[in-house]
Write a protein that binds this ligand. Structure first.
Ligand code: PHB
Length: 408
């Protein structure tokens, strides 16, 4: 924290205290324009800025910075300030890191994380402390399920969601023997479950038969894929469904091609993270890979085109789904703060505005479910000349199951 900011904040808090003192004598009720609201809105990001998910955290942050800059770094009449903390995508450090942002930095909003294991620890504190929280990636199903809460919102997806449509697509295409292969932690397991549910529904609807012949878990964040690839080659399934992202996704796709599996008749598919933000690094190895996700580079709507152009101009690289989710997290915060003219104390009104938001997202108009999770189209995409190009909508307006969510 800079000295100047520190001074401003203490001064504002001091003035607020003085105002409260005077108010107590005079029977004055502070309004939402109380002087303390002139302090900056503090937004704490708990995102990976190192490790295999570093590029995901960067894209989310870049897009938030871009969105806030478009509003001259003011929201609801207050200046905003970002406080960034590297989560290292490390669940064992998540409680301490979240507590640092909430208790030491006293942030008004928490934004993060990327990793579902970090999210579980973060959500626990967010629930206990009632901090306004927007999750710009981590898909842990529980957070918009049994652990849902009025102060927790998600601008991304639940892990089940991107898997389900890929399962349907493969079943509908008559793929009979399928392997799942994923980083073996909450996100990978839940993603594979979504895939299996979609595959089962697809088989039921088409009257086809098929089976998951093997499930292969790889410890996170390992990238030693040789034995896994040999196992897949020996099994000779029709297709493989994967969950990998960031640095691990680059390695998996390159290793797949290097092992000669690209032309083997075994189709490599996955949740779209496999080819998000990494096609340049993957090069030729990524060409032709089909995945399902709630975004595609080529989505033909004006918001997406302007978003991608602005992002390219500001950051000198291509936007991806993580950037979209960061942009929409910032947008959700803007909608909440503007509805209450910057008054963090007007919690009920702020939550209601965020719940009812229709976000003008690059992925298309975005609404949240009652559990605060996006209801969204899932696209079948195919890497074509290094771009995740839309093939078609795989499942329209897909909501996550969200069992056990009661906002109480
Ligand atoms: C997660 O841990 O929830 C996660 C991480 C990376 C992704 C998607 C989900 O790309």
């Amino acid at each position: 924290m800079s000295k100047k900011t520190d001074f401003t904040r203490r001064r504002a808090l001091g003035l607020m205290g003085a105002a409260a003192g005077v108010g107590a004598v005079a029977g004055f009720t502070p309004t939402k324009f109380a002087i303390g609201q002139q302090a900056k809105v503090r937004i704490g990001t708990l995102l990976p800025y190192s490790g295999t998910y570093a590029r995901l955290g960067e894209a989310i942050t870049n897009a938030m910075v871009m969105r806030f800059a478009q509003g001259k770094d003011m929201l609801g009449g207050r200046e905003i300030e970002l406080i960034r903390l590297d989560s290292e995508a490390a669940p064992p450090k998540a409680t301490e890191n979240t507590s640092k942002l909430v208790n030491s930095e006293k942030v008004d909003f928490l934004v993060g994380p990327v990793h579902s294991g970090v999210a579980m620890a973060m959500a626990k504190i967010a629930r206990e402390e009632g901090v306004m929280t927007v999750i710009p990636n981590a898909g842990a199903d529980q957070i918009t399920g049994p652990l849902c809460a009025p102060n927790i919102f998600r601008s991304s997806f639940s892990n089940w969601q991107p898997g389900y449509p890929m399962g349907r697509v493969l079943a509908e295409e008559g793929k009979k023997r399928v392997v799942t292969c994923y980083w073996n932690y909450g996100a990978g397991q839940q993603s594979a479950q979504g895939f299996k549910d979609g595959y089962a529904d697809g088989l039921k609807e088409t009257g086809g038969d098929g089976e998951i012949v093997k499930e292969i878990g790889v410890p996170f964040p390992d990238v030693e894929f040789q034995s896994v690839l040999s196992e897949i080659a020996a099994l000779k399934p029709d297709a493989v469904y994967t969950f990998f992202a960031g640095g691990g996704a680059v390695k998996f796709v390159k290793d797949w091609a290097a092992a000669g599996l690209k032309d083997s008749g075994i189709e490599l598919t996955g949740a779209g993270f496999l080819t998000e933000g990494v096609t340049e690094a993957q090069g030729e190895a990524a060409e032709g890979i089909r995945t399902t996700l709630h975004y595609a580079d080529t989505l033909d709507n004006p918001v997406n085109q302007v978003f991608r152009r602005n992002y390219r101009e500001m950051w000198g690289k291509e936007a991806d789904v993580y950037a979209v989710q960061g942009y929409d997290a910032a947008e959700l915060i803007r909608i909440g703060l503007e509805a209450v003219d910057g008054d963090m104390g007007a919690r009920g009104e702020m939550v209601a505005a965020m719940e009812n938001a229709v976000i003008d997202s690059p992925r298309g108009p975005l609404k949240l479910s009652a559990a605060h999770n996006p209801v969204q189209n899932f696209y079948l995409r195919k890497v074509t000349n290094g771009v995740n190009a839309v093939e078609r909508i795989a499942v329209e307006a897909l909501s996550a199951p969200s069992q056990g969510c009661s906002m109480g």
